[in-house]
Design a protein around this ligand. Structure first.
Ligand code: ADP
Ligand code: MG
Length: 732
């Protein structure tokens, strides 16, 4: 029988690593960076002085952009895009699907003068607002299908860009997406609101120290982890194509045990791909600057220079799109799923987050003497307190079916939210709690006192690294490590902005009250911070987050440990959550509940797809391969019997029996899966279905897989149709 897997492997063998279509770039990065972006410096050439400075000031100070400004920008934008050969434009937005959306329109508009004339144009009105049919996007009940109107509205704070495909160029205009009744239908709207909220709250705190601070921006530097595999093998795995992860597959004998992949030499085919997608990204203004091999075989990472939060998130979404497009040209596929392969590391997207003033000061920079740096301690302790108060909401913000395979599944990081401070800051906090501000005479950075010939002395960072914490402080920023690799960073960052802003607002209220009572400002601040620290230090954990002891300890401390998405999402329904969002007008109650509903539905739908595919693959791929092999063994058995080799014949019979036992186990568990799935849907609502799926259906996936993976090593290699882990993970 022809084996398509063998044919594909044969093809890869003869193509080797020449499969990629790499193009050599001789230009320097500085020559290509931002070439496809309508950046502020480009705008300066295309927009008159007045509207330009008005726009700049509106962006910086979170003010509304007027219609007149928009009209000027539209004119300039159109001229710029058409000068570069763009024929179409689109609003580019982020519906609640976790992907971006676009609907293209031509610049050209025919006129009805009977002369066949037309004009190319983009008016201010078109730049500002479009109205795509919104009825087919998830709304969580905010809208029924009869009320289809949704509006996309230009986001002036994220620059428009031109995306080039082989056939032409299109202008992309980053936008928000809202319903006819003004409710948010996307991720960007609440994010922008939360950033403005944080700006105000953090600026007020900065003004205690420096009245000259005018605004504060949240900054984000994400690190994107991903796998790369050969496109030919990808196409032979229906599970990768439909779910992004392998639903079956026996562990490769060599996985990541030897730790020889991390930071290893990058395979040439992948390096060509990386250089290509980085170049495309750089042209779009994404400052992606670093690349390396990650821990698992065929796993990699890239990271940019950090940027303003909203722009950084748009850039991450754009990067994921660019990666997918470029990978195909190289005969490769990118896997962004959180856990494409069992048994080796999954992928995350670390969100390095901080805040900076208009003067460029990083508010989480501890300086040389953190124990005597009240501004640093103020922001640091308020963040710790905010996380402590809303740890469940933080957990909910990163809850997705894909991330369930990482969080709470003995993999980095755990489902328990905690903060790692590092030992130096831990000491500082301990001292601060007891004695307030303390000047440290030996505060300057220490060296290790290395005594190695020729090697220069090194300076030590103020924290070591902790890979097991979901939220470590890494010297001058927090690194939210628990965000999923395929996620839109917005929900996590929006929640973080909101809880930190909320906390800073409470802080200023308490401090102002004390100042009103004639307490000295510094004394007031120190006192309130000491109280906060005592109230919230339970969230600080500097040990190994993977251990069973931490699970026990965290439970004692009253920290939550929600190991699956349906449980984690319950935090969205809590009064405390709704009040938080309502108080700061990020969401109204209806919007929060809609988001909960959408996430639950997404969980159900994604697991439904996995369940259906497991059924199909178990039957058509796994059991059918097993039967084909049994068929062969049966004739071997007969032959051996005829030859009088009874003992050997019996051994074969035993193998057949073992194989068929697994086959039967798969069959009975597939039945169970069907029954449980049916029962889950009979609950009639997303919450009921999601819990039933998490508790009753998902375990059948594992039982089916155990037998299927056992069969993979029993069945003769040439009868196995699915590419094996060793092929997916080691061929490039
Ligand atoms: P690592 O996580 O390996 O320590 P880096 O120190 O290079 O790596 O930082 C990782 C990411 O953190 C980069 O994207 C970087 O731009 C970002 N980063 C650095 N400083 C800040 C900051 N102040 N705010 C937000 N992100 C930052
Ligand atoms: Mg990192």
């Amino acid at each position: 029988m022809e084996n398509i897997r063998y044919n594909t492997l044969e093809k890869i063998k003869s193509n080797g690593s020449s499969n990629g279509k790499a193009t050599e770039e001789k230009k320097k990065i500085s020559e290509i960076f931002g070439k496809g972006v309508f950046s502020l410096s480009v705008m300066k050439e295309y927009i008159p002085e007045g509207p330009y400075s008005d726009l700049l000031s509106a962006i910086k100070h979170d003010k509304k952009v007027s219609y007149d400004i928009a009209e000027s920008v539209a004119k300039g934008l159109k001229r710029w895009a058409m000068d570069r050969g763009a024929t179409h434009f689109t609003h580019w937005f982020q519906p609640l699907t976790n992907l971006t959306a676009e609907k293209h329109d031509a610049f050209y508009k025919p006129s009805f003068d009977g002369m066949g004339n037309g004009i190319e144009g983009l008016s201010g009105a078109e730049l500002i607002q479009r109205e795509p049919d919104a009825s087919s996007f998830p709304s969580g009940g905010l809208r029924n299908t009869a009320e289809a109107r949704g509006y996309t509205i230009w986001d002036p704070s994220s620059p428009a860009f031109i995306l080039k495909t082989e056939a032409g160029k299109t202008l992309y205009i980053p936008s928000i997406f809202i319903s006819y009744t003004g409710e948010a239908l996307d991720h960007k709207t609440p994010l922008l609101k939360s950033s403005a909220l944080l700006d105000k709250a953090a600026t007020a705190v900065c003004n205690y120290f420096d009245s000259g601070v005018e605004y504060v921006t949240a900054t984000l530097g994400w690190e994107q982890e991903y796998f790369v595999i050969d496109a030919g093998l990808y196409k032979l795995r229906p599970d990768l194509m439909l779910t992004g992860r392998t639903l079956f597959g026996n562990k490769s004998p060599k996985g990541q045990q030897l730790e020889d992949q991390y930071f290893g030499s990058i395979p040439e085919r992948v390096q060509n791909f990386m250089m290509d997608f980085e170049r495309e990204s750089l042209k779009l203004g994404i400052p992606v600057l670093t690349r390396h091999n990650e821990v698992a075989p065929n796993q990699f990472e890239c990271a940019p220079m950090f940027e303003e939060l909203n722009v950084a998130i748009d850039h991450n979404l754009l990067l994921m799109d660019v990666m997918n497009r470029v990978a195909r040209k190289h005969g490769l596929r990118v896997l962004l799923h959180e856990k494409p392969f069992a048994g080796v590391n999954g992928s995350g997207k670390h969100n390095n987050w901080s805040m900076a003033t208009d003067g460029g000061k990083n508010l989480l920079s501890p300086g040389n003497d953190p124990g005597n740096n009240l501004q640093f301690l103020t922001f640091f302790i308020n963040i710790v307190k905010g996380i402590h108060t809303y740890e469940e909401l933080i957990r909910a913000s990163i809850a997705t079916p894909g991330n369930d395979h990482r969080l709470g599944a003995n993999e980095a990081p755990p489902a328990i939210i905690s903060v790692f401070t590092g030992l130096q800051i831990a000491d500082v906090l301990k001292e601060f709690k007891k004695s307030g501000l303390v000047k440290n005479k030996n505060a300057a950075k220490k060296g290790l006192g290395l005594n190695i010939p020729k090697i220069p002395e090194m300076t030590l960072d103020n924290t070591d690294r902790n890979r097991t914490s979901p939220f470590p402080f890494t010297g001058n920023k927090f690194e939210f490590r628990a965000v999923g690799s395929s996620a839109n960073c917005s929900p996590a960052m929006m929640v973080l902005n909101t809880i930190v802003a909320n906390q800073l607002i409470e802080f200023t209220q308490e401090v102002d009250k004390l100042i009103g009572k004639k307490v000295n400002k510094e004394k007031a601040m120190v006192g309130v911070l000491q109280k906060y620290l005592k109230e919230s230090e339970n969230i600080i954990y500097n040990g190994n987050g993977y251990t069973a002891e931490w699970e026990k300890e965290a439970k004692k401390r009253g920290l939550s440990n929600h190991k699956n998405t349906p449980k984690a999402l319950q935090a969205l329904l809590q009064d405390k959550t709704v009040k938080l969002f309502e108080k700061h007008q990020i969401f109204n109650k209806r919007e929060v509940h809609a988001r909960y509903e959408i996430c639950m539905e997404e969980y159900v739908k994604k697991l439904d797809i996995e369940a259906e595919l497991i059924k199909e693959m178990a039957t058509n791929y796994i059991n059918s391969s097993a039967y084909a092999y049994v068929n062969k063994l049966t004739s071997d058995y007969k032959g051996l019997k005829e030859m009088g080799l009874t003992q050997h014949a019996e051994s074969i019979k035993q193998t057949v029996d073992e194989i068929l036992t697994h086959v039967e186990n798969i069959k009975s568990n597939v039945k169970k899966l069907e029954t449980e799935l049916h029962k889950a849907h009979a609950k009639g609502n997303a919450t009921g279905a999601a819990f039933a799926i998490a508790e009753k259906v998902r375990p059948t996936f594992d039982d089916i897989r155990t037998s299927a993976d056992a069969l993979e090593i029993m069945v003769e290699d040439s009868a196995w149709k699915l590419p094996k882990y060793r092929e997916l993970l080691f061929i490039l």
